[in-house]
Write a protein that binds this ligand. Structure first.
Ligand code: NAP
Length: 470
């Protein structure tokens, strides 16, 4: 597919970008690998300074970066600015804490001498990223790996090339050495070529199950470490003692933020029967109150979807769900605007054999289920191939946390909106992928945790009874 910005509100093709050439790829890998060799054993101070500068530049250029993202994929301008600020926070976090997080960890061992685990870079990392947060997704991989000393090449999404390009320009403007970050406009075959290259030692993908399978397969064939941040069918559980006013205030946001195109959007609302009717009434009121329109206009509160393709796919999913017996409680009417809008929609009565029960709907469609016990809520939440995030509301936060622990997922938030912050690990289980990004856990994704055992002199007494020579 061509790398093209088509504004999903005006439907105007703004710019088409040329594909990278084999020479561009070779240059990126040569420069990146050279930097890896140089950085591997050196201090991180210089890179931390550059990362702070990158954070500063994200803040300074907030308006134009936000506009670029809006043109690329149609998110609300206010949400785009929030994304830019989050990128700056992530860059600052790794600049401030990177050196500490990379300190060797001493370990106690029966072997003679002192032992520690050192943390070294491993090589060039390929990041394959989606369009829904065109800066944040990239920063989640770039910032920690830049501090670790792993240069990065990016295969960004074909529909948000303006944002990928802008990210690269900020890194350059901050004074990062050439090869630290290279944005490439490559096709799927070239992704395979990059993964196979021995200078590349890791692959991070965020995207769909389809993209994840293809890239994980190529990584597996080449024995390259990889992390997969894939889709979700996150549950939003409302227990019978929840404060419905609090729930109402968060539930619609948890579904409609970024026009519902968030991996951790609440896609399945699982509501205790005593609160079910009230929940539906309030969710409908909030869905009906949004203002669709130009995402550049700060008064607009509901954005178009990122592309015609995404809109058509979601409409087809709604149609199939209804055909299979789901009821439209609210929405599913045409929005009389030129952009790629799907009206916020609420579906109920979704049976287990309905395709909607198990398919991720990546847009503003809420599925609402009624349950009659805490256990039924947990069972329904866990009856999914996915396990990324989730939200739970209870009048007793401790009860909420206890139930949250029973949900098979990577992240749960009790009595609050789900947030992503640099110090919190992000990632899931089951078909939502493996590995974590952000926090200390994410930073270690492509680190060689190298064991160094230091003795004063050889000792063959082998007191531990282990193998002396392996
Ligand atoms: P996608 O189609 O898988 O695309 C993601 C990236 O993978 C894009 O750069 C895409 O390039 C590339 N790609 C896809 N197939 C490929 C292949 N066979 N070989 C090489 N590269 C390939 O996903 P999407 O539809 O853009 O993103 C939405 C999905 O991402 C949703 O399922 C969402 O839940 C998930 N997501 C997960 C997280 C998380 O952290 N877990 C965060 C955000 C989104 P092209 O654009 O050129 O196709």
């Amino acid at each position: 597919m061509a790398y093209q910005t088509i504004n999903p509100y005006t439907n105007e093709t703004i710019k088409t970008y040329d594909f990278s050439t084999p020479a561009d790829i070779e240059k990126a890998l040569t420069l990146g690998y050279g930097l890896y060799k140089k950085w591997r054993d050196g201090p991180v101070d210089e890179r931390a300074k550059i990362l702070h500068k990158i954070a500063d530049l994200f803040r300074q250029h907030e308006d134009e970066l936000a506009k670029t993202a809006v043109n690329d994929m149609g998110k609300l301008i206010g949400e785009a600015k929030g994304e830019v600020e989050l990128c700056a926070m992530i860059a600052d976090y790794y600049a401030d804490h990177g050196a500490d997080l990379l300190k060797p960890t001493p370990i106690t061992t029966r072997a003679t001498g002192e032992a520690q685990i050192e943390k070294h870079s491993t090589g060039v990392i390929l990041a394959v990223e989606p369009w829904n947060f065109p800066y944040y997704q990239v920063m989640r991989v770039f910032a920690p790996n830049f501090i670790v000393g792993n240069p990065m090449v990016l295969k960004g999404p074909s529909n948000t090339p303006g944002s990928s390009d802008a990210f690269g320009k900020i890194v350059t403007e901050a004074g990062a050495p050439e090869g630290s970050f290279t944005n490439l406009f490559v096709n799927y075959d070239q992704v395979g070529t990059i993964i196979a290259d021995p200078r590349v030692q890791g692959v991070a993908l965020t995207g769909s199950e389809r993209g994840g399978r293809a890239v994980a397969k190529a990584a597996g064939e080449n024995l390259k470490k990889n992390t997969m941040e894939l889709g979700g069918m996150d549950a939003f559980i409302v227990l019978d003692d929840a404060d419905i006013d609090q729930v109402a205030d968060i539930a619609w946001r948890a579904r409609l933020y970024n026009a519902g195109q968030v991996c951790t959007s609440s896609k399945r609302f699982i509501v205790a029967d005593n609160l079910y009717d009230q929940f539906l009434t309030t969710l409908k009121a909030h869905f009906a109150a949004v203002t669709p329109g130009d995402p550049m206009d700060p008064k607009t509160t509901f954005a178009p979807m990122n592309s015609k393709r995404a809109k058509d796919k979601l409409q087809d999913q709604i149609d199939r769900a209804v055909k299979a017996g789901a009821k439209v409680y609210y929405g599913n009417e045409k929005v009389d605007l030129p952009g790629q809008f799907i009206q916020p929609t609420i579906l109920t009565d979704i049976s287990k054999d309905n395709p909607a029960y198990s398919e991720e709907m990546f847009g503003p469609v809420a599925q609402v289920y009624k349950v009659s016990s805490e256990q039924e809520a947990v069972d329904l939440a866990n009856d999914s191939d996915f396990g990324l995030g989730g939200i739970i509301f209870s009048g007793d936060p401790d009860r909420g946390a206890r139930v949250a622990s029973k949900v098979e997922t990577g992240m749960m938030f009790v009595n609050n909106f789900m947030t992503s912050l640099p110090e919190q690990p992000f990632g899931g289980v089951k078909k939502s992928g493996y590995g974590r990004e952000l926090s200390q856990l994410g930073m270690m994704a492509f680190v060689n945790e190298e064991l160094i055992v230091k003795a004063q002199k050889p000792d063959l007494s082998n007191p531990a009874g282990g193998l002396a020579v392996v």
